[in-house]
Design a protein around this ligand. Structure first.
Ligand code: PLP
Length: 374
């Protein structure tokens, strides 16, 4: 086997995993503790209300050792029954995945799809929802990481509530929550989940999910098979002992504890403002280079990830390789049918404007070397 080498220091600008601050990395090196002991419970007791603060909900925020996809599956299995009709609003790859999961579990899924680069248009959604009624739930991606588009979840949720007051609004907030505004209770969202590797400044591995009272009621009667993801069991352990039904990723909770302290010190609104500034900066630089954003309407361009179309005649792969090999800058390729045709720059969680500037300066330089003329 190849000899083990130190992990390189990179300017990691993919939209997750995201860089982790030194204080958080250090926290993870602490010794292991008993996940059934008082020290671990103390961490959960601190972390849980802070998660509720960022979710903007009075409901308990449950945590699972899982990827974001686990959040999608956890949402589906806890509130629906076989054959339930749900509407899936799809603006890219992750919306598609949520629909696929719902289908895999035997739900009857109606898809409302928009071309990559567009947000879900509330007027089209209204017409389609009226045609598709009745339905038990509507699945929405808040920030579509594959296209760099943020849906207006507040407007879409209000629309669903007006047309079908009992339908559950399920929101994938994996690459948005904590970085851009999302107000679970004020917007009357029913299920919201996110992943630790995005805006939370810690490594991948913790999925966080919360449910409204309406969703908890639906959960009681929901018949899809569930065991690992069962909210009742997870909530019971949290509420009786500040613990989990299974073994949690203890070191990641050390990390989350410190990261949440840092996030509170920065301030929720200040974090949002930093992401707005980052989005503006990246889009401004990209446009100044004469490049085209994937976003067709800048009002919906994401403040956590920017998707850029590859210029005519230039393969994304060559650009990403030069950035990686020559500058230790790591950007993301397009996904699915857009692989090689676009690239994405992540600007969420722990970053400075200097990190973004370095990445964009290098993109500009390498594109010229590859023959790009604005
Ligand atoms: N949903 C969204 C919006 C995402 O951005 C991602 C990952 O990038 C996922 C779901 C899936 O998360 P994971 O790759 O951790 O399973």
């Amino acid at each position: 086997v190849e000899a083990r080498k130190p992990v390189p220091r990179q300017n990691l600008r993919v939209p997750g995993p995201t860089p982790v601050p030194p204080e958080v990395l250090e926290a993870q090196a602490a010794p292991m503790i008993n996940h059934r002991g008082p020290e671990f419970s103390a961490i959960m007791k601190r972390v849980t209300p802070r998660l509720q603060y960022f979710f903007q909900t009075a409901s308990p925020v449950l945590t699972y050792p899982a990827a974001g996809t686990g959040g999608q599956e956890c949402a589906v299995v806890n509130v629906f029954s076989p054959g339930d009709h749900v509407v899936s609003i799809i603006i890219g790859n992750f919306g598609k995945r949520l629909a696929q999961i719902a289908e895999a579990y035997g739900l009857n899924v109606s898809r409302i799809e928009f071309p990559w680069g567009e947000a879900a248009d509330p007027a089209i959604i209204e017409t389609r929802l009226k045609e598709l009624a009745p339905y038990k739930g509507v699945l929405i991606t808040h920030n579509e990481t594959s296209t760099g588009i943020t849906n207006d979840v507040q407007a879409l949720a209000a629309l669903v509530r007006r047309l079908s007051p009992d339908a559950l609004v399920v929101v994938d907030a994996v690459s948005s929550l904590s970085s851009v505004p999302l107000e679970m209770d004020p917007w009357d969202l029913d299920v919201v989940f996110t992943g630790s590797q995005k805006g939370w400044m810690i490594p991948p591995g913790i999925m966080m999910i919360a449910a409204s009272e309406r969703a908890w009621q639906a959960h009681k009667n929901a018949k899809l098979p569930r065991f690992y993801w069962d909210w009742t069991s997870t909530r019971k352990h949290l509420e009786t002992s500040w613990q989990h039904p299974t073994t949690p990723p203890v070191s990641l909770f050390y990390a989350l504890d410190v990261a949440l302290e840092m996030m509170l010190a920065e301030g929720r609104e200040a974090i949002f403002a930093r992401h707005v500034k980052a989005g503006d900066y990246v889009r401004g630089r990209v446009q100044a280079m004469g490049l085209k954003l994937l976003a067709t309407d800048l009002r919906y361009a994401s403040n956590t990830v920017t998707a850029i179309q590859a210029p005519e005649g230039i393969e994304t792969k060559a650009l990403l390789k030069k950035l990686h090999d020559e500058d230790q800058i790591v950007l993301a390729d397009g996904q699915d049918h857009m692989k090689g045709k676009m690239f994405r720059i992540g600007h969420l969680g722990y970053f400075t404007e200097a990190d973004l500037q370095q990445a964009l300066d290098a993109v500009e330089r390498h594109l010229k070397e590859l023959g790009y003329q604005a």
